[in-house]
Every structure is written in structure tokens, then in C-alpha cells.
Design a binder for this molecule. Structure first.
Ligand SMILES: C[S@@+](CC[C@H](N)C(=O)[O-])C[C@H]1O[C@@H](n2cnc3c(N)ncnc32)[C@H](O)[C@@H]1O
Length: 425
């Protein structure tokens, strides 16, 4: 293995081991193989534009931006790479596909599969694959097969006989078009968007379908480009700064909703509480599957929003539309809480003539989640190829998310294993 001559090797090596120690202590590295890979591959060689200590920070390194300044490619955060590699359970000799390249993670996978295995890394952006090819060659990982293509349709010839043993998706994805490319018993790890929630989910393929079997990892990745780019299906209530999005499900008319927002809401209490720092994304995913007409509600901070107070910034709220009425989940602070971070009650605000009924309907689902699923936190998720399934109708099928290539079922009845914490990729 060769490393670029301009780098202070001792400093880079020391920083690499420090990072691996940190990841092992925090539980992101759990096996000797992943530990060894992270201690071996020179991360700084894949990010020559940043200082060496930045390359070894436990954070993403942005490597490409769009014209409007969004990050379109990055080297993912080391903690997330370690978590996803552990979840994939890659073994020597495995044939692995990485979707979304950068070079570094492909080199880590190359360490895990060893000389008898094979790694293919695929990216839509030729500038990314050029870089990855160059850095992989410079660091001695030129056995990695680098492909420029849109992952929506894998090029013929890249899928090995019988399928890949593991597929790691390192870009935010709304769908799972890769089920057929995975071998039976193989593992697929993907940051899947479900109604604007994105969790990295680990699946094993069994009888042609994917079944989740690891804790979900809450994370954020750069957006999918190309034919699989997700559509927010965002509608603005006319004359307001209130936006409703149906990333999944069928968008409902919003044109008649503005008058509902001119009056103070009816408030339905749930008597279900949440701590100030406690995540409740599992509740919102539960509501997304349980309630027809579910959507995400965002409010312009300085818009004309009538009686609607903005939901927390960067976190579009949970809402349902019922004709010309609307209900949305909110919280009310009820005390400082034991930890001083505040204790809040989930309440539902109803707007419009049917607002009370809509608010009661959502409040009842919050109580149902509290009684039956809150302790569980993490549902079992199944993905089947959409081919052969009944076409998605406009009728609501509880906890089923009908994508273009896959039907995702979220089953809350199965005993779960919890969620892990969050950041970026
Ligand atoms: C977070 S980066 C990948 C990080 C990389 N795995 C690493 O070494 O850390 C996500 C990549 O996905 C790529 N991407 C976006 N849409 C894609 C698509 N439709 N097909 C293939 N790659 C895509 C982007 O160009 C970007 O380089």
C-alpha cells in the first residue's frame, strides 16, 4: 500500500488510531475486522483538500457542492461508516456493492472482503468516480471496481451470479430497487426515507423479501440524484406560509384549507408526555402509517400563518387533512422535568369545522402508540419487490408504504431492539 508522500505519516497514523479508539469506546466498532479496517485505511488520502486532523474528526468531510451550496457528495462520518459496516456483517470472500462512492468506504470494505472478495462502488457523478478511482489507486485499493451510473438501474453485468452478498447504500434513498441484486441470505443497509423520516435500516433477504433485524440508526445522508430522486410532493396552502408534504401516499387538495387557519385551534389532550431531549420520531412514523391523509407540515418562520404557531425548526410536524380541516401534532410544556430539559405533553391542534374530530382521531393514535408500542420503539420493517404486489391504490393501507420498486411494511407488533443515535453522512 502506498500513501501520498506529502503527508506527515506519523501524525495521520496517530490520529487514525485515536479515531478508532474513540469509535470502539462509543460502541460503533464492535468486531476486530472493522477495527482493523479503520486502523489500516488512510482516510486523509481520500480527503486531501482538508487538514489531516479534519479528515480524522468524527464527522463528514464535504467533497462536492451544488451551485446553490448543498452538499452533493461527502465522505460519511466515521461513526456511521463503522455502524453500517458492522451491520452489514461483511466476511472475507464476499461480493459487495456500495451505492454512493468516495473511495474511503470502498477501501474499508475491500479490507473486510480481503483478496478473495470483490467490491463494486457506484456513483452517478463522474467527478466523484474519477476522484475515487484516483485515490483508490494511490492507496493500493485498485481492485475496487468503480462504476459511473445512476443506481436506480444497475448496469447489466455488474451484478455477480447469484447476487451481491451485501449492499451498502450511502445516499438517502426513498425506494429500494436493489432487492433482486442481493443474494438470498445477503444483507442490505440503507438510509430509507419513510414520509420524511430517514433511518439507516439493516435487512436480511429471506424468501425474496428484506427483513429488518438490527436497531435502526437515525441518520442523514446527501440526497439521491437521478431517476430515483425523491419528490417531496409539497403543497402550499394558498395565501399562507404553511406547506404540506406527502413524500409517501397521495397528496390531498389543500386549496380550501386557508379559512381553517384563521381561527384558534381546538386542542385535544393526549396525557402522553415526552422529555425535552427525548426523540419521538418513532411516534411520528407510527402516525404516518396509522392515519390516512398523513402529511408533514412546515411553516415559513415569517409567513402569514394565521393561528398556526410554527413547529420546531428543521423538523416538519405530523399532520392530517380531513376535507377542509386539518389537525397537527404539537407539544405543550407542563414542567421543567426531572432533568431540567422540560417535560411536555403531546397535544393535537384541530383547525376547521372537522378540526375537533380530526384532532381526537390523531390524539387517540398517540395514546394507542403509548399503550402498545412506545416501549418497543423500533418496529420490524419488511420490503418486498413491488412487482407481483397488488398496485398501490388510493385507499390507505395501514403501515404500508408503496414505493415504485418496493412495498415497505412497518410492523409494530414485533418485539424490537431500539434505535441508535444520529448525525450525518
Ligand atoms: C455520502 S456520499 C458517499 C460516501 C461514500 N460512500 C464514502 O466513502 O463515504 C453519497 C454519494 O451518492 C451519490 N449519488 C447520489 N445519487 C446517486 C444515484 N442516483 N446513483 C448513484 N450515486 C448517487 C452522490 O454523487 C454522492 O457521491
Amino acid at each position: 500500500m502506498t500513501t501520498p508522500p506529502t503527508t506527515d505519516l506519523d501524525e495521520a497514523t496517530a490520529l487514525r488510531h485515536q479515531l478508532a479508539d474513540q469509535l470502539a469506546t462509543a460502541g460503533h466498532i464492535r468486531t476486530r475486522a472493522v477495527d482493523q479496517a479503520l486502523r489500516t485505511v488512510p482516510r486523509h488520502a481520500f480527503a486531501p483538500e482538508v487538514p489531516v486532523h479534519t479528515a480524522y474528526a468524527n464527522d463528514i468531510v464535504a467533497t462536492r457542492h451544488s451551485d446553490d451550496g448543498r452538499i452533493t457528495s461527502s465522505i460519511s462520518a466515521p461513526w456511521l461508516q463503522a455502524d453500517m459496516l458492522e451491520a452489514a456483517r461483511i466476511q472475507p470472500g464476499h461480493r459487495v456493492l456500495e451505492i454512493g462512492s468516495g473511495g474511503y468506504n470502498a477501501a474499508l470494505i475491500a479490507e473486510l472482503v480481503g483478496p478473495t472478495g470483490h467490491v463494486t462502488t457506484l456513483d452517478i457523478d463522474p467527478a466523484v468516480t474519477d476522484r475515487a478511482t484516483r485515490f483508490l489507486a494511490q492507496t493500493g485499493y485498485d481492485r475496487v471496481h468503480v462504476v459511473t451510473a445512476d443506481a436506480e438501474h444497475l448496469p447489466t453485468g455488474i451484478v455477480p451470479d447469484g447476487g451481491f452478498d451485501a449492499i451498502l447504500v450511502t445516499v438517502d434513498t426513498w425506494d429500494l430497487p436493489w432487492i433482486d441484486a442481493l443474494t438470498e441470505g445477503g444483507r442490505l443497509v440503507a438510509p430509507l426515507r419513510l414520509h420524511q423520516y430517514h433511518w439507516a435500516i439493516t435487512f436480511t433477504k429471506c424468501d425474496g423479501a428484506l427483513h429488518s433485524d438490527e436497531p435502526l440508526i437515525v441518520c442523514g445522508f446527501v440526497a439521491m440524484q437521478g431517476a430515483g430522486a425523491w419528490n417531496a410532493n409539497r403543497r402550499t396552502i394558498p395565501g399562507t406560509g404553511v406547506h404540506l408534504s406527502w413524500e409517501d401516499g397521495t397528496p390531498l387538495p389543500v386549496d380550501q384549507l386557508a379559512p381553517a387557519l384563521t381561527h384558534e385551534p381546538v386542542v385535544a389532550h393526549t396525557h402522553v408526555t415526552v422529555g425535552g431531549q427525548e426523540p419521538f420520531d418513532a411516534l411520528t412514523l407510527y402516525l404516518a402509517g396509522a392515519l390516512p391523509g398523513f402529511c408533514r407540515l412546515a411553516v415559513d418562520p415569517d409567513g402569514h400563518n394565521g393561528a398556526l404557531n410554527p413547529p420546531p425548526k428543521h423538523w416538519p410536524g405530523a399532520a392530517i387533512v380531513r376535507g377542509t380541516s386539518l389537525a397537527r401534532l404539537a407539544t405543550e410544556r407542563i414542567s421543567d422535568g426531572d432533568d431540567g430539559n422540560g417535560l411536555h405533553e403531546f397535544v393535537v391542534h384541530g383547525y376547521g369545522a372537522q378540526g375537533r374530530l380530526a384532532a381526537q382521531e390523531m390524539a387517540e393514535q398517540v395514546r394507542h402508540w403509548q399503550r402498545n408500542h412506545r416501549g418497543a420503539r423500533c418496529p420490524h420493517i419488511t420490503a418486498r419487490p413491488a412487482v407481483g404486489c397488488a398496485p398501490a391504490g388510493t385507499d390507505h393501507e395501514p403501515h404500508v408504504f408503496a414505493k415504485k420498486h418496493a412495498r415497505i411494511t412497518v410492523d409494530w407488533s414485533i418485539v424490537p431492539s431500539g434505535t441508535r443515535s444520529c448525525s450525518a453522512g
